[in-house]
Design a protein around this ligand. Structure first.
Ligand code: GAR
Length: 208
């Protein structure tokens, strides 16, 4: 059984996609041990509790320094002994102590086709605003392992999505979530649960 700690910051539609996929058998042999939010008002916490999953808040505002918050976040995760940490719309910059504690065991969903529209400053709606400002005709989403950089870790799955001429950032965000994020995040978790994902030389190999 693959045990997940899911980190969130907002609405939690990716968390919902994971919970639905566990429920309908798209993700096998996996359970969510805890959902952790940096934001006490995240609707994602509500979604977790509705599903009988522990939903806890670890806020940077409760700590004097960033280091103390980072340590508390790591301790909070470790207390649930997860096999995999999933960043599902988590807007906290993941500290090095966490990457070192979970090498190639932290998964992130990014709402663009890495290496386009990623890195510092590219999160949430800002990503879709940048795609539209550049006039890109294709965008998408990427699931990758987290390393010390921002959106630089080994890529597991990607899915392309068309940009439409009259898209607003909100409309594009919704299409990217529906057509890509909610599909490839559960799929990547299932592949990991089945032991089919290996990292070799910084690149992911998926067993057929
Ligand atoms: C998602 O679009 C996710 O890809 C993005 O935030 C949104 C969260 O939505 N994450 C990032 O931008 C991380 N760099 P959700 O809370 O409804 O899952």
């Amino acid at each position: 059984m693959l045990k997940l700690a899911v980190l969130v910051s907002g609405g939690g539609t990716n968390l919902q996609a994971i919970m639905d996929a566990i429920e309908d058998g798209t993700i096998t042999d996996t359970e969510i041990s805890v959902v952790i939010s940096n934001n006490p008002n995240a609707y994602a916490l509500e979604r977790a509790r509705k599903n009988g999953i522990d939903g806890i808040c670890i806020s940077p505002k409760a700590y004097e320094t960033r280091e103390q918050f980072n340590e508390a976040l790591l301790a909070g995760i470790q207390s649930y002994q997860p096999d995999l940490v999933v960043l599902a719309g988590c807007l906290v910059v993941i500290p090095k102590i966490m990457v070192d504690a979970y090498p190639n065991r932290i998964l992130n969903i990014h709402p663009a086709l890495i290496p386009a529209f990623c890195g510092t400053g590219y999160y949430g709606l800002k990503v879709h605003e940048a795609v539209l400002a550049r006039g890109a005709k294709i965008t998408g989403a990427t699931v990758h392992f987290v390393d010390d950089g921002t959106d630089t870790g080994p890529i597991i799955l990607q899915k392309a999505v068309e940009v439409h001429q009259d898209d607003t950032p909100e409309v594009l965000q919704q299409r990217v979530m529906q057509e890509a994020e909610w599909v490839i995040l559960p799929k990547a978790i299932d592949l990991i649960a089945k032991g089919k994902v290996q990292v070799e030389g910084g690149l992911v190999r998926i067993q057929e």
